[in-house]
Design a binder for this molecule. Structure first.
Ligand SMILES: [Zn+2]
Length: 410
């Protein structure tokens, strides 16, 4: 088993060790050391990254990037290097932890302990799982439906504990001793010795992760989205510098939105509601106007279209109207008079065709549509009196519709 240096000191950012084994894992070299301060992914916390270089010498070209750290079942820690290397078994190395990443993980993970304990203290809501993501973290609460008041109360208590600057200490106990102590959480695997994380007079739990030395180092705990999940409710949160970065991003977004409305930040929801209401009103007014325009236009077209073979065949292609308008116009035309056949098209946006005839006219719009689309390389169809389709070749639309109109006029 690799000796885990982070078990005793989370602030140990560099260390000496010996290479015990060199393996290849895919395209990467995997090193096993006799001791390590690198944290491998486990218990919801993600791995450390950093560098490994020979113990003697400062040649930057010999500094190898540790891209991932994983735990093997036998308790050894695998240090996966970004590239293949010629490093030999027995080499003395120096390990360097990526400090920013470690600090961030300590803030998130310690913040999780405080937050989970706050939910238990206030409302007896247990944490059933913890997830640490690149952007935010979450805990799943064994809860029916936490209220906004509960969320805010837990956030407030957690931040009070941060402000208290309470010591966070590590100690090791036996299973029997642990049973007596009333831990918030016992680990799922049986081990001879349990590692306890003790937040003075607030929380005592078994955990193998890296934690801060005082709660003050967590900085702050900000709760965000809550959502229903299978095993309860998921509470998303961010701590420390992440909380500041997240609040900064939220502020920028909100300030930009407020700028668009020329309003104060806090008036944005009200402004959005007002805009939505206006958009609904405009949409209704527009629909009504389109109806009126289509009616007037249909009357005008019928006046202009001469009769031939006992019917009036209207052909129109619109470069600036959409399919909805073409359909509306077709409906108006065939309702206005019993002797109409309308062959309409639009080339604005997605090209479309609409064919319609007044009830009682003898043609089949569906099959005429298929016939035309076969020549225009498109798909569509419809019923006897109304059909619609989407051509892909539009150059010949006008010629083809006029040919068809001439045929229908007899
Ligand atoms: Zn922990």
């Amino acid at each position: 088993m690799t000796e885990r240096l982070y078990y005793h000191d989370s602030f140990l950012y560099d260390f000496d060790a010996e290479v015990l084994e060199v393996d290849v894992a895919g395209s990467r070299t995997a090193l096993i050391l006799d001791r390590s301060a690198f944290y491998p992914t486990s218990g919801g916390q993600v791995f450390d990254t950093g560098w490994i270089r020979p113990a003697n010498g400062n040649d930057p070209s010999q500094k190898l990037r540790v891209a991932e750290v994983a735990e093997r079942e036998d308790g050894t820690i695998l240090h996966l290097l970004e590239d293949l290397t010629t490093i030999q078994t027995g080499t003395r190395i120096r390990g360097l932890i990526d400090v920013d990443r470690r600090r961030d993980h300590m803030q998130q993970h310690s913040g999780q302990h405080v937050l989970s304990a706050a939910f238990v203290r206030l409302f007896n809501l247990r944490t059933v799982s913890f997830h640490m993501g690149a952007e935010s973290c979450s805990i799943d609460l064994d809860a029916k439906n936490p209220t906004q008041e509960q969320i805010q109360a837990a956030e407030a208590l957690a931040n009070d504990i941060v402000t208290d600057v309470r010591p966070v200490s590590i100690r090791f106990v036996t299973q029997e001793e642990a049973q007596e102590l009333g831990l918030r959480k016992l680990p799922p695997v049986e081990r001879d010795k349990l590692r306890l994380i003790d937040i003075r007079d607030f929380d005592l739990t078994a955990c193998g992760g890296t934690h801060v030395a005082t709660t003050g180092q967590i900085g702050s705990i900000l709760l965000r989205k809550i959502e229903k999940v299978r095993q309860g409710w998921r509470v998303e949160f961010v701590c420390g510098k992440r909380a500041v970065a997240t609040a900064r991003r939220d502020y920028t977004t909100l300030a930009e939105s407020a700028g668009l409305f020329s309003s104060h930040l806090w008036d944005v929801p009200q402004q959005v509601r007002k805009s939505q209401e206006e958009a609904r009103t405009f949409r209704k007014a527009r629909e009504q106007l389109m109806e009126e325009i289509a009616s007037l236009y249909a009357s005008q077209l019928l006046r202009e279209t001469p009769e031939g073979g006992g019917r009036r065949v209207v052909v129109r292609i619109f470069p600036d109207r959409d399919l909805a308008f073409a359909k509306l116009l077709a409906q108006k035309l065939i309702r206005l008079s019993p002797d109409v056949v309308a062959l309409l098209g639009t080339t604005s946006g997605q090209p479309a065709l609409v064919f319609a005839q007044s009830p009682g006219q003898p043609f089949d719009m569906g099959s005429l549509m298929k016939e035309v689309l076969a020549r225009l390389d498109g798909r569509g169809g419809g019923s006897k009196d109304m059909a619609q389709g989407g051509p892909t070749k539009i150059e010949a639309i006008e010629v083809i519709l006029n040919e068809l109109a001439a045929r229908l006029r007899g």
